[in-house]
Design a protein around this ligand. Structure first.
Ligand SMILES: O=C(O)c1ccc[n+]([C@@H]2O[C@H](COP(=O)([O-])O)[C@@H](O)[C@H]2O)c1
Ligand SMILES: Cc1cc2nc[nH]c2cc1C
Length: 351
């Protein structure tokens, strides 16, 4: 078996039978049908995925992948690359936003360095990397195919270590420069102009955003991306990132292992797009937590037929938007399991 063959192995199909049972229950609960909006569909989807009429999300886990980006040589981020490794220490010592959210939610957090510039072990951070950052994709491919596959497999290893058996997996990322890589991948996969997919990232001004779009445009031409000739894996290798590759592998592996994934912001959604292009059967296993403030996110969400739960103008990453949405997902399950039916509560149905 080739080392990349696992990526296309089918994910389980949601159970139609349990979806029907959950939908019946939703429609019998003491509320006008449809009044809980998109949350009703979420309850039914989780029921189908967990093969039960009454799903639960008691055991959620969080995995965060970090990587650095050669393209940062060209001033595409408001922050220096050094921040990625500095933040790894912050994640490990509990001071980052996702560290606080993980503690509050009692969700175990695993942080994996899949390709930062760090040269030494960082206590509390799993190291699973071949490369210290990607290459500058304005002059050469960011990764070789083998490097991208290694990082995808690192994503799978993390899921097998930290998420198998969980009710839900939250994926997050950290990588200065990764909104440039993510926008480049999305432009190529969606055949859209980078002008429509670039955003401010960590806080670029208008000139910075224009420069970022020009860099991506030139790179797409250099690598022959944007048409149909290149595969998703080749696109990932040319202009993607090591943490984006790990996220892609983790999404596929989680779906194959029957663990639904709560997708975070722009970067994780672009990894979801890659995952669905590589293995369409993983699509059913993805739940979208929020619409990020990053300009291109809406287009990526549309391409994935996503219905995000929140729209809070977040643009932090780290899995923070997904962590903030987790209480809603838990409460959706509690409502679905705990509300009385019209019959049980002796409430009259529609006249
Ligand atoms: O998740 C998002 O939608 C999001 C939007 C903008 C920025 N980020 C975070 O900011 C970093 C990338 O921004 P930049 O400007 O360095 O490309 C990276 O660490 C991401 O986690 C994340
Ligand atoms: C401080 C900081 C924290 C982050 N977390 C995710 N991306 C980030 C980018 C910066 C700059």
């Amino acid at each position: 078996m080739k080392s990349d063959d696992w990526t296309t192995l089918s994910c389980p199909l949601p159970s139609q039978e349990h979806a029907a049972a959950a939908e019946n229950r939703q429609n019998s609960l003491t509320k006008p049908p449809g009044s809980l909006g998109i949350l009703e569909r979420l309850a039914v989807r989780l029921a189908a995925l967990q093969e039960t009429e009454r799903p639960k999300v008691d055991d959620a886990r969080i995995i965060l992948f970090a990587g650095d980006h050669g393209i940062t040589l060209h001033g595409v981020s408001a922050y220096p690359s050094a921040v990625t490794v500095q933040m790894l220490h912050n994640f490990a010592t509990g001071g980052a936003a996702i560290s606080v959210l993980a503690r509050e939610l009692r969700a175990p957090l695993e942080v994996v360095d899949v390709g930062t510039l760090a040269t030494t072990e960082i206590p509390g951070v799993v190291r699973d990397k071949q490369c210290a950052g990607t290459r500058d994709f304005s002059t050469e491919p960011a990764m070789t195919i083998e490097e991208a596959q290694f990082a995808m497999a690192a994503g799978r290893r993390a899921v097998q270590r930290a998420a198998v058996g969980a009710d839900l997996l939250i994926l997050g990322e950290m990588g200065i420069g990764n909104t440039t890589s993510a926008a480049a991948v999305a432009s190529a996969l969606l055949s859209k102009s980078p002008d429509d997919l670039v955003g401010r990232g960590t806080g670029l001004d208008n000139k910075g955003v224009e420069h970022k779009a020009r860099m991506i445009n030139a790179a797409l031409k250099l690598h022959g991306l944007g048409g149909t000739e290149k595969s998703p894996l080749e696109t990932l290798a040319c202009v993607g990132g090591l943490e984006i590759a790990a996220l892609t592998g983790a999404i596929i592996s989680s779906a194959q292992s029957r663990v639904p994934v709560l997708i975070d912001g722009f970067i994780v959604s672009v990894a979801a797009l890659l995952a669905v292009r590589i293995n369409p059967s993983c699509k059913e296993w993805l739940v979208y937590s929020h619409r990020s403030y990053e300009q291109g996110h809406q287009q990526v969400l549309e391409a994935l037929d996503a219905e995000p739960l929140l729209d809070l103008k977040l643009r932090l990453g780290e899995g923070s938007g997904a962590a903030l949405a987790l209480p809603i997902v838990k409460l959706v399950c509690a409502l679905h399991a705990g509300m009385a039916t019209f019959d049980e509560a002796n409430v009259s149905g529609r006249g």
